[in-house]
Design a protein around this ligand. Structure first.
Ligand code: ZN
Length: 434
């Protein structure tokens, strides 16, 4: 018997969690947070419990798995983004099984997980049981060691390819392992990334984002002004580009903010990068006020890379905009948002408020200096072509986004209700026996 459960991430971009039941065993794929609902909740209360987070739709509702809980052999995590692993802290302990993931992701999640963690290298195989084997296939995305998960069963192969992109010129790590994907035969199901399935293009390489940043930082009159940069804290490749451009400009990079430190530290530990050699890392700016005050006096010597690109209340950019730190934003300082605004109401509102504060300070704003980490429609077409799966399950989006993947699949000869499966959170479907 082969049954697929959509636990979360089938009605939103966030809180991804799926489950595959294979005869008398099952595995969970990802356990993520829905950032918009989580941020909204953070603004209301300071302490959360699992029940409250489920009720507020901030984490997946795993009630649908209660009857197979004892069958679950592993929680397999694809990569270190919060929408794929941020719910571990609240949900994983109720499963009596290990978490299996790559070394970088393991380093990031270890503080929040009490389950045993098994580390498996990228492009390696791990046998969960006699009948289930998983393989982490390297893919380019926007955090180190992102993977496409290959689950090998007696019913054929299942490919879980959320948060995948085919970057031909990655800034960190290797290209997506297309050669390996081409070798896999008998793909019974592809669980496909629908985030950008409605964008009729190929997502540009991370090296394009680097050129965009260069164009601003090296091509404009920065003079005596401070340069503030912000991006997703987990985007180590983007941070590396920022650091290198700062060096070319003859300025020292300073990373400020706890979440930046939280993602940089494991990357340095695993020797993926060595930022400490060239840059300063300040994890708690409130405890470094004197240092920040010195930097403020010599602001033209630095590039400040800070948290808070989405206007998060406690992040550094918000604190700077509120004059809470001894580092100041002055007229004509450069504020470069190297991120997109996640299109959810709370995040959009927070970001708008931040922008208004920065405008009042007469700063120069540069927005959307970013490329996505998710494949667009034409890369998805290539992936479907390469794998030729028997069934397709669109995921990582609301019903409209999943429908875009379904329309592409339909164009390629698949049929709704036959081998294209659109499901909502809390639904499941059986592939074998029919
Ligand atoms: Zn991701």
């Amino acid at each position: 018997m082969l049954r697929i459960y959509g636990v979360g991430g089938y009605e939103e971009v966030g809180r991804n969690m799926s489950c595959i039941e294979i005869d008398d065993e099952a595995i969970i794929l990802d356990m993520g947070l829905y950032m918009d609902r989580f941020v909204a909740l953070q603004e209301k209360v300071s302490k959360f419990d699992t029940k409250m987070l489920v009720a507020e739709d901030a984490i997946p509702n795993d009630k649908i798995l209660s009857h197979i809980k004892k069958k679950i052999k592993a929680i397999v995590i694809s990569h270190a983004h919060l929408d794929h692993m941020g719910a571990i802290k609240w949900l994983a302990t109720s499963y009596n099984c290990p978490i299996i993931t790559t070394p970088y992701t393991a380093e990031v999640i270890k503080r929040n997980a009490s389950n045993r963690i098994i580390k498996v290298n990228v492009n390696s195989v791990y046998k969960i049981s006699k009948n289930i084997e998983i393989e982490f296939i390297n893919t380019t995305h926007s955090v180190p060691q992102s993977t496409i998960i290959h689950i090998k069963t007696n019913y054929g192969s299942i490919i879980y390819a959320l948060d995948y992109k085919n970057d031909n010129h990655p800034v960190i790590g290797r290209k997506t392992n297309i050669r390996r994907l081409k070798e896999i035969e008998d793909v019974v199901l592809l669980i496909a990334d629908s985030t950008n399935a409605d964008e009729e293009k190929k997502t540009f390489s991370e090296s394009i984002a680097k050129e965009m940043l260069k164009d601003i930082m090296l091509g404009m009159e920065t003079g005596e002004h401070a340069i503030f940069l912000t991006t997703f804290s987990s985007h180590i490749a983007r941070l590396k580009s920022m650091l290198n451009i700062a060096k070319t400009l003859g300025r020292k990079a300073v990373f400020i903010g706890k979440s930046l430190a939280d993602y940089i530290e494991p990357a340095e530990k695993l020797r993926i990068i060595n930022f400490s050699k060239d840059a300063e890392i300040i994890d708690n700016p409130r405890k470094a006020q004197r240092k920040l005050s010195d930097m403020n006096r010599n602001r033209e010597e630095y590039v400040f890379i800070v948290t808070g690109g989405l206007g998060e209340r406690n992040a550094v950019l918000t604190r700077l905009a509120n004059d809470e730190l001894s580092l100041k934003i002055l007229p004509q300082d450069f504020i470069i948002f190297s991120c997109e605004v996640i299109p959810t109401p709370v995040i959009q509102a927070n970001r708008k408020i931040l922008e208004q504060k920065l405008h009042r300070k007469k700063a120069r704003l540069f927005k959307d200096i970013h490329v996505s980490g998710h494949a667009s429609r034409e890369e998805l077409r290539d992936l479907i072509e390469i794998l030729s799966p028997r069934h397709i399950l669109p995921a990582h989006g609301d019903i409209a986004k999943c429908a875009s993947t379904a329309m592409l699949a339909n164009e390629m000869g698949y049929e709704l209700g036959k081998n294209i499966h659109i499901i909502q959170n809390g639904q499941s479907f059986k592939l074998f026996p029919k």
